[in-house]
Write a new protein. Structure first.
Length: 545
């Protein structure tokens, strides 16, 4: 294995490209040298409050420079940063901080009321560190700026490449679980896309990091906007980490709800080269903002890549974006928090491959991915059979959950794979068609219906903004298909929707009922909120207006 460690990589980049911008948000602009300095001071501050190497540091924060400083400061002290969803309320917050064994909780003061209510339950936490964004001061908390500024930078020291790094899953099925990695294997995976693109000098160890960062910064600098939250894998792994390990710049939006108009202006101002999004939940607002801007549209020609992961990105939306971003690579990546890199599809003039670009949910199978039977036997390529997606992964399993680790991770032909339950068909042309998570599959009259397929068909209707499809218990069919449809303008009728779907889906897949609302609710990272949809549907069906 390599000798990579996030702290070591940061230090090498800072030494090589210290005066280049690392972080931008609003009026805040930090160079790589300043970023390294503040992170090192945070590391010393952790030591001062009695936190030892190997401890966990929870980040209950919105996107901000402080998020990245604390994240890398934890790395420098040999600690593991823990992502905490800022939408979590008391019970969820207390669960995750406790489950992760965190000894520090860093939070924005606007979230402080929740911290104050659960603080007494968190006996393991040695320090509550508050980032002031106008909220009330929590008794006993330490001010982030003082916490950092009052300590000298931690002296450089050797870092263990087997240190733990974790990312907690979104918890769409049960409570969130921490997916465990080691620094060396995870960072090596971050460099893999550069190898696949044929970029010269990609590091296989620390000795080449600085030279490679200099090359990328000189020839193809990454100026990246994580449009989604940094506490989400796409925001951190696609939006932030690739930029920071190559001497690039992370540019953050100032609005806490995604504002596509702000994004377009930011692209022009900062000459952004990369956008990290989560499917149509971000892509559609960008299209609407482009339309609203008309002739006043900012210059967005600097964008070389728009990368999505974590949710469906429809072919229709991609086609609309290419009218404004004709020279941009639209990269639709199919992956998971557990490290699975299952497939990718690209569109645009600069795309490495146009394979399946015009079809929603159709991907070129990744080099480390296979499709297997339920018993774990690999299916033949282009077999036309449907099975479970599996991918080689650097993840070691779930934190403090050996049972779920045993159910999700397995060894196939001597390689460690993750199988998260996503079903796909091996197509005759070698590509795969994603059907969705088996746990969401609807069994209606003995027929299997995958919600994602129906949702994408519904969204091809011109009046539909977004859609959820779920199965509701039915005495005759076992389950019946029901859809929640978001339509902000001129909502379609049920008859309109059924007529539209007859040209797209088999009859048994067409929803038996539709609930039309002005907007569907999604998590801040753009992922589906199926519990909300189920509660809404059951409420409407049990208590019709």
């Amino acid at each position: 294995m390599s000798d990579f460690h996030f702290a070591s990589v940061q230090e090498a980049v800072a030494d090589e490209l210290g005066d280049e911008l690392a972080i931008v948000q609003g009026d805040t602009r930090l160079t790589h040298r300043q970023f390294d300095d503040r992170s090192a001071r945070f590391a010393t501050a952790l030591e001062a409050v009695g936190v030892s190497a190997g401890a966990k540091v929870s980040l209950y924060l919105y996107n901000s420079p402080e998020y990245l400083v604390a994240h890398w400061g934890a790395f420098k002290h040999g600690c593991c940063p823990i992502n905490v969803n800022y939408r979590y309320l008391d019970e969820e917050l207390a669960y995750l901080v406790d489950n992760s064994d965190s000894e520090v909780l860093v939070f924005h003061t606007s979230l402080g009321d929740r911290v104050a209510r659960v603080g007494g339950q968190l006996a393991n936490v040695k320090a509550f560190v508050a980032v002031d964004d106008g909220g009330e001061v929590v008794d006993g908390s330490l001010d982030f700026d003082e916490f950092v500024a009052s300590h000298d930078p931690q002296p450089r020291h050797a870092h263990d490449p087997t240190d733990s790094y974790m990312l907690y899953t979104g918890g769409t099925t049960g409570m969130p679980k921490g997916v465990m990695y080691e620094h060396e294997g995870f960072i090596d995976r971050l460099y893999q896309p550069f190898r696949a693109a044929g970029t010269p000098g990609v590091p296989d160890g620390m000795s080449a990091v600085a030279t490679f960062a200099r090359f990328v910064r000189t020839h193809a600098p990454i100026v990246s906007v994580p449009c989604c939250p940094l506490m989400h894998g796409t925001g951190m792994w696609v939006g932030a980490m690739p930029a920071l390990i190559t001497g690039g710049t992370v540019v953050m939006l100032t609005e806490r709800s995604f504002d596509a108009a702000e994004l377009l202006a930011l692209v022009e101002r900062e000459q952004v080269t990369r956008l990290a999004i989560v499917g149509d939940a971000f892509a559609r607002p960008i299209l609407r903002a482009i339309e609203a801007a008309g002739p006043a549209l900012p210059d967005v020609g600097s964008v070389k890549a728009m990368i999505s992961s974590g949710a469906m990105w429809s072919a229709e939306t991609k086609a609309g974006l290419l009218e404004t971003f004709p020279d941009t690579r639209l990269i639709d990546a199919l992956g998971s928090t557990e490290g699975g890199s299952y497939g990718v599809v690209e569109a645009g003039k600069a795309a490495a491959s146009e394979t399946a670009a015009g079809t929603t949910a159709k991907f070129a199978l990744g080099p480390n991915a296979i499709v297997v039977t339920e018993s774990g036997e690999p299916l033949a390529s282009a077999s036309g059979q449907t099975g479970l997606l599996a991918s080689a992964t650097a993840a070691r399993g779930y934190y403090k959950d050996p049972d779920k680790t045993a159910r999700t991770f397995t060894e196939i032909d001597g390689t460690w794979y993750v199988i998260t339950g996503d079903w796909a068909t091996q197509e005759a042309d070698g590509s795969i068609t994603l059907h969705g998570r088996g746990s969401n599959c609807i069994n209606t009259g003995g027929e299997k219906v995958y919600p994602e397929e129906v949702e994408e068909a519904v969204k091809t209707h011109g009046g539909v903004d977004d859609c959820y499809v779920i199965g509701i218990e039915d005495e005759r069919f076992g389950q019946r298909v029901v859809a929640v449809v978001g339509a902000s303008e001129l909502p379609p009728t049920e008859d309109d929707l059924r007529a539209h779907l007859r040209g797209h889906l088999a009859g048994y897949k067409i929803p038996k009922q539709f609930v039309v609302v002005e907007a569907v609710q999604r998590a801040p990272n753009g992922k589906a909120d199926y519990p909300w949809a189920r509660e809404l549907i059951e409420g409407r069906l049990n208590h019709p207006a």
